[in-house]
Write a protein that binds this ligand. Structure first.
Ligand code: HEM
Length: 398
């Protein structure tokens, strides 16, 4: 076993619980590490992650330029076709003209101004959910507060009716699909993702048909009205928005509160935005993002050849002392210079960043106000996932 395999073990619970010492080792020993188990180049430094996110020689897909054969890759297994059809037609997994066309349309719904207009609703929802936790004397902060807020907000924005029983399935569908973003997913994970992809797609196909007949004041209706998306692109982009619109926000809120409770610190309510940025940096909920190398890249004397894959280690980049100084591994809720990569960079930069920030500051503000004596009642159980990193629950008392 070489140094990389010894340090980087994304399937081990100990590594998932605290990947940061391993990242430090990777940063100390090179800029691009070949990781044989996933056949990827691991990139641990801030400067490289940040530059490669903006580098057009990389892509989330290669199919806009090459066939699978030309790129030296097997086509996706036929049994997993429903998952790939769904995933590959969404905004995040498109490149070039298709990406630009859909991003232009969808970004109209996520401008800072639109999000600002949502602020009173988000704050009211957050106040109500935290109120429920407080009146119960505590409970699972994740299930009672952190999950319902972003799920309700993104469902409302897209126009998923509250009375549709499928609203309750958004979270389990998303979890099943997100299993495929972990490294080397198992057959069982793939089967669950395929099943969820079929059910989720069927539901959205039916909802889109309903909105065609009865347009509302929601994103699905406006995407139908512009007539620039195929039905598959619409379904895939809506699933992406519904999943991306809550998954990482839930984990940031819960990872963040766990950090605060463990370290016995609280943000200054007057400087909440700065504190939320630091929690996003300190323990990013999305630890890595992958890219295909479309044209050879030289990095520190190593050639990353066309057809290979890089794994950009966001969690490591955010703790790199070369960018964040000697306190990179310290939680500093007043950190002023904080250009973390948690929301990515370049053409796929997170469309939902203003919304996520609004939801997080609203939740943190209400918890600080209504539950100033919040305590952990037990150590939470981690979910096994490394790429999307979070807890099963966060049990607290008031
Ligand atoms: C703390 C919460 C969030 C985090 C950490 C996060 C992080 C990210 C990252 C890192 C990317 C880029 C991935 C890449 O470059 O490969 C991304 C893309 C995206 N995010 Fe978020 N996100 C969050 C919340 C949201 C929310 C609330 C939405 C709401 C709709 C959202 C929608 C999207 C979309 C649509 C994309 C794809 C953009 C594109 O490909 O052009 N995200 N997010």
């Amino acid at each position: 076993m070489d140094a990389v395999d010894a340090a980087f073990d994304p399937w081990s619970p100990e590594f998932v619980a605290d990947p940061y010492p391993a990242y430090a080792e990777l940063r100390a020993t090179g800029r691009a590490h070949w990781f044989a188990p996933t056949r990827q180049w691991l990139i641990p430094h801030y400067e490289d992650v940040s530059a490669l996110l903006r580098d057009r020689r990389l892509g989330r897909t290669y199919t806009h330029r090459f066939t699978h054969e030309e790129f030296g890759q097997e086509p996706p297994a036929a049994a997993y076709e429903p998952f790939h059809t769904l995933n590959d037609h969404g905004l995040l997994d498109l490149e070039a003209a298709d990406h630009a066309r859909i991003r232009r349309l969808v970004s109209k719904a996520f401008t800072p101004r639109t999000v600002e207009n949502l602020a009173p609703t988000v704050r009211r929802l957050a106040a109500g959910l935290v109120g429920d936790l407080v009146s119960a004397g505590g409970g699972d902060l994740q299930a009672v507060v952190a999950e319902p807020l972003p799920v309700a907000v993104i469902a409302e924005m897209l126009g998923v009716p509250e009375e549709d029983e499928e609203r309750g399935r958004l979270r389990p569908w998303s979890a099943a699909i997100c299993g495929m973003f972990e490294l080397n997913p198992s057959e069982a994970t793939a089967r669950r993702a395929v099943e969820a992809s079929i059910e989720f797609s069927d539901y959205l196909r039916e909802l889109i048909a309903r909105r065609r007949g009865e347009p509302g004041n929601d994103l699905i209706s406006s995407l139908i009205a512009v007539e620039e998306l195929t039905e598959q692109e619409m379904i895939s982009t809506c699933v992406l928005l519904l999943n991306a619109g809550h998954e990482a926000t839930v984990n940031t809120a819960v990872n963040g509160w766990w950090t605060l409770l463990r370290q016995g610190v609280r943000p200054d309510p007057e400087k909440l935005s700065t504190a939320v940025e630091e929690l996003l940096r300190y323990d990013t909920p999305l630890q890595m993002f992958e890219r295909w190398v479309l044209d050879d890249i030289e990095l520190d004397g190593v050639t990353l050849p066309r057809g290979s894959e890089v794994a950009l280690l966001f969690g490591s980049a955010n703790r790199d002392p070369a960018r964040f100084g000697p306190t990179a591994d310290t939680l500093d809720l007043t950190r002023a210079d904080n250009p973390h990569v948690t929301f990515g960079a370049g053409i796929h930069y997170c469309l939902g960043a203003p919304l996520a920030r609004l939801e997080l500051t609203s939740l943190f503000e209400e918890l600080l106000k209504q539950a100033p004596t919040l305590k952990l009642t037990s150590e939470p159980t981690r979910k096994p996932g490394y790429v999307i990193r979070g807890f099963e629950e966060l049990l607290v008392e008031i």
